[in-house]
Every structure is written in C-alpha cells, then in structure tokens.
Write a protein that binds this ligand. Structure first.
Ligand code: HEC
Ligand code: HEC
Length: 420
C-alpha cells in the first residue's frame, strides 16, 4: 500500500510530490509557488533571528541549500556532525521525493525489515511470549519487557524513570515501543543502531535483566519444552543447534514482535487520508502553528522524528539535534535539562554535548511524562518548553492548546490482538 499524502495549507503549503511530477492524495494542493526548501529556509531564517544564532550562519545555510538543490538527489547524509538548526535547514532543503518521505504523512503500512530477520508469524508469536515473560529477565524477575513498556498504557510506564531490577532506577525515561520499527536508531541518544542490537544490549544490562550473561538465559529457556518447540518452529534452519535457542534468535524473535507494534489509523492519519472531519478545528490550527513555530523542521515524517529507515537515512544513521538549542532559559534549571549530556556521554565528542535523537511524536499524548528525564508532566508544558528551548519563543496559550490538540490527534489504534 502506498502512503497517502495530503497537502495541508499551512502558511505556505508543503510541497509533496512523489517524484512522478504529479500531485497525489485526495486533495489537490493550493499552489502558491513555493517549494518546501523555500518554506523551510524561511522558517530557518526566522528561527535563527529569534534564537539570536549568529546570522552569518544564515548565508551559509542558504548557500548549502542551493548546493543541495542543485545536486537534487543527494547521497544520504550522516546527521551527527552539524549543530544547531543548520542541519535541519540543510536536510529539509532536499526535495522530499528524492528523500523517500513526506513531511506530513500517514503511518506507512509496514516498517522496513532487515534481510537477516524476515518477518514470520511463528517468530513474532514467539517474540510476543518472550516480551511478556518475566523469566526472560531473570530467575525470580518481577519484571518483563512489558513492565516498563506497557503496551496497554501507550507502550511506556508513565514514570519519569523506571524501576528496574532490585529497585535500581533507569538513567532515562522508558520510551514507547509503538511504531518503534520506524526509527533509524534507538535510545534517547541513538547509541544503538538496530532493534536487534538494542535487545541484546538490554539483556546485558543489570538494571533490566538479572541473568549473569545471555548464555545462562539461553540455558534456562532450553529447559522449557514449550520454548524448545517454539524456537525450533520459529528458526527451523537452526533447530539442530540447541533447538535454535540463542541470544541472536531471542533478539530476532523479540524485534519481529516489536515490528508488529503499529498504532495506525489515528485521527491525524484519517485526516491526511482525506477525512476533513477527523480532527477538530483546534487540531487543524495546531498543524499550522506547529509549522509556523518551526517544530516541523525537526519533527516530520512517518513518526514525526525525521526520516524513517530508507533512502534519506539508513538504519543506524541518526537524526540528532541540540536540546536545549537555546541555552539559558529558566527551564534549564527547573527541569534539570543540563544534567544529562546527551550523546556526549556516549561518544565523548564535545560537539555532541546536549545532542539528542529527535524523538517520535506519535502517541505522545498517552506517553507522559516528557523528555529524556521525564521531568515535564504535561504535554502543554512540554510544548512550551520546546518553544523556549528550541526557538527562544514564548508560545501563546492558544498556540500551545492548538498544538496539543494536533498532538492528541496522533494517537493511533493500539490493536487488542497484540495485547493481553
Ligand atoms: C526496567 C525498565 C525496562 C525494562 C524491563 C525494559 N526496558 Fe526497554 N527501555 C527502558 C529505558 C529506560 C529505555 C531508554 C534508555 C535510553 O534511552 O538510554 C529503553 C529503551 C528501549 C528501546 C528503544 C526505544 C527507543 O525509542 O529508542 C526498546 C526497543 C526497548 N527498550 C525494548 C525493550 C524490550 C524488548 C524489553 C524486554 C527485553 C525491554 N525494553 C525491557 C526501560 C526498560
Ligand atoms: C531543533 C530540533 C527541534 C525542534 C525545532 C523541535 N523539537 Fe521537539 N524535540 C527535539 C529533541 C532533540 C527532543 C528530545 C529532547 C530530550 O532529549 O529530552 C524533542 C522532544 C520533544 C517532545 C517530548 C518528546 C517525548 O517523548 O518526551 C515534544 C512533545 C516535542 N519535542 C514537541 C515539539 C514542539 C511542539 C516543537 C515546536 C514548538 C518542537 N518540538 C520543536 C527536537 C526539536
């Protein structure tokens, strides 16, 4: 199924051609003769002026935009080494059809699947059992994956930090796993480059699992005749080797299940697909305000987290930005935004201080509290914080409420058959 596009008249309309030169979607757009590159360049200019970023950068962005436009189909870029809003300026300047995504789009029908882990029903069924099974995380574990990523509660635990094994707290807030298949990198700082690697990383983390090593977990699962059968069925080619039970196959099964976690058909998706009445007037104004404020420069695409794995960003390449972009607002102290150094803590690269993965915004209304430390309780406050920290803008209450209404419309259906 093709993703459906819709042209929303916001300030200047978003350009969304599919490369065939024809406009798609049920509504013909109102053309005012501006390309997406111009729209974003305009947003960039405004935000640079308001954030007080050296306006010398401005010319540089424009030059880069022109260079990008002239090359048209660019090789995917790694996003890590640019800072401030420049990178989104450059990035968004690329024609969307060349990049294989659109800024506002419905959730694609299926996430990309790696060649070495094709989806099968028996594998994702096994992954689902492991996901809900406490014995995956230790002999007497009180936790399963679902404890911190509760699929009935939006895919997280609605806590600032989670309580791990033996009462240890996690360092960051547990993200939602709904639509996780559309992320190119995992964790708040993007330090994990595939879902498979991320699962193994979790299983080695003593806050998550009390097994001394993955070998012991494998041995324990091998004692269950149920799991021996289930692994042999899910991994027939490996079944001669300990029934196919291995760390890699545990990760393959769990991630296959994770790739089925799609919360589609949100009110926003229905609206984008053409149902004018699917979202409120306030949410429609919210889309406009979201664009006008400049939020869309970072939060766009399938998950509103930048490009999903595809031509624009390969799996393992991250889309990162500074947070806070504008240092020195009272929120820095109030919400402890400067305590955690973001990617710097992992890479040691001083240019990556306070650099974070741009996080998804789908289902955001049901995944409070907000930010990597879970310090902000309400969605409205998170929106205000973003306006101030990213643009040094005090958003009006009306804008905040409208953007919140739009973000509420991003809550998708979380199908019961996946849950239990
Ligand atoms: C004790 C709580 C806890 C448990 C149990 C737990 N997780 Fe997590 N999980 C977290 C936290 C916290 C993070 C974010 C860590 C970070 O960004 O540094 C996370 C991140 C993730 C991510 C990346 C999400 C993203 O947006 O990038 C995935 C996927 C994930 N966990 C899957 C699982 C699976 C599968 C299990 C079971 C094997 C599991 N988790 C068990 C707390 C938990
Ligand atoms: C320059 C890029 C950028 C811009 C522009 C931007 N954001 Fe963000 N946004 C981020 C990053 C990075 C984070 C992750 C912050 C963290 O690590 O806690 C984030 C986090 C968020 C969160 C919390 C997500 C969560 O899971 O807790 C919300 C809500 C949000 N942004 C909304 C907005 C809104 C609304 C705007 C416009 C007013 C906006 N953002 C503008 C980059 C951006």
């Amino acid at each position: 199924m093709l993703t459906t596009y819709r042209h929303i008249r916001i300030g200047v309309p978003l350009d969304s051609q599919d490369g065939s030169g024809k406009m798609r979607g049920p509504h013909e757009p109102e053309r005012v003769g501006k390309t997406m590159a111009e729209v974003i360049a305009q947003i960039m200019k405004q935000s640079m002026v308001t954030t007080g970023v050296n306006t010398g950068v401005d010319t540089e962005v424009n030059t880069r935009i022109q260079t990008m436009e002239s090359r048209n189909t660019q090789k995917p870029m790694r996003m890590i080494h640019f800072s401030r809003l420049m990178l989104t300026g450059i990035f968004c300047a690329l024609p969307t059809f060349a990049m294989g995504f659109d800024y506002l789009q419905t959730l694609p029908a299926k996430p990309p699947v790696p060649l070495n882990n094709p989806m099968t029903a028996s594998k994702s069924a096994l992954g689902k059992q492991l996901f809900f099974d406490r014995s995956l995380l230790g002999t007497n574990s009180l936790l399963s994956c679902n404890s911190c990523h509760n699929l009935k509660q939006g895919g997280d635990d609605n806590k600032a930090l989670s309580l791990g094994q033996g009462g240890q707290k996690t360092l960051r807030s547990a993200p939602s796993l709904w639509n996780i298949g559309f992320q190119t990198v995992l964790y708040w700082d993007g330090r994990s480059t595939s879902l498979e690697a991320q699962t193994l990383d979790h299983l080695r983390n003593p806050t998550i699992s009390t097994w001394p090593n993955i070998g012991e977990l494998v041995q324990a699962l091998g004692k269950s005749s149920h799991y021996r059968q289930a692994f042999s069925k899910a991994f027939p080619a490996d079944k001669e080797s300990f029934f196919g039970i291995s760390g890699e196959n545990i990760a393959r099964a769990i991630t296959s299940f994770e790739r089925t976690l799609q919360a589609s058909n949100s009110a926003f998706d229905q609206y984008i697909a053409g149902d004018e009445s699917a979202i409120s007037a306030s949410a429609k104004r919210g889309i406009q305000a979201f664009n006008d404020a400049g939020c869309l420069a970072c939060h766009f695409g399938a998950n509103f987290a930048g490009p999903a794995p595809g031509p624009a960003l390969k799996m393992g390449d991250g889309f990162y930005e500074l947070f806070p972009n504008n240092l020195g607002s009272s929120y820095d102290q109030q919400y402890h935004l400067l305590v955690d150094l973001g990617r710097f803590a992992y890479t040691g690269d001083p240019t990556e201080r306070y650099m974070w993965r741009v996080p998804p915004l789908r289902n955001i209304a049901v995944t409070a509290p907000y930010f990597h430390n879970g310090a902000v309780a309400s969605l409205e406050e998170a929106i205000r914080v973003m306006g101030k920290t990213q643009f040094n803008k005090q958003l009006s209450d009306k804008n905040v409420n409208d953007i919140a209404a739009f973000l509420h419309s991003l809550t998708g259906e979380m199908p019961d058959k996946i849950l239990r």
